[in-house]
Design a protein around this ligand. Sequence first.
Ligand code: HEM
Length: 117
Amino acid sequence: MTPRSSELDVRMAKNLPQYTREFVRDSGSNLIIIDNLVYDLTYFFDEHPGGCEVLYEHLGLDATESFENVGHSGEARNLMFKYLVGEIVVNQRIDRIGSKYITPSKSVCPMRGVAAS
Ligand code: HEM
């Protein structure tokens, strides 16, 4: 299974700031986690076609499942990188082996020395 190319591009191109899940939850800022990446939604609430309520409901949390359940479009997936601010620290990442998302640290990113599946 192949992760989204945009996700891989970003992870491999940038040294993203590392966030713990506790920090995202407790910081009091407008952070959200989707696929082990951290987004700051401060300037997105008013722009979200799905409304700001659903975003507020997930603030500080891992919204991966909700995000996927909506069936967001490719356009939405491209848009989200505008709000990307960091990634979850390695030991708190959730791998989805066998599903369509596999974190690069585990089985995709050659720079981390693990063979592609
Ligand atoms: C940075 C994160 C997000 C971005 C960039 C984003 C973007 C979008 C976009 C562009 C749409 C329009 C439909 C589409 O193109 O797919 C949409 C719709 C929607 N989004 Fe998000 N979204 C984000 C996060 C979330 C989260 C966390 C939820 C939580 C459940 C959510 C729930 C929805 C809902 C309910 C709709 C309406 C779907 C419909 O009317 O059919 N979104 N979003």
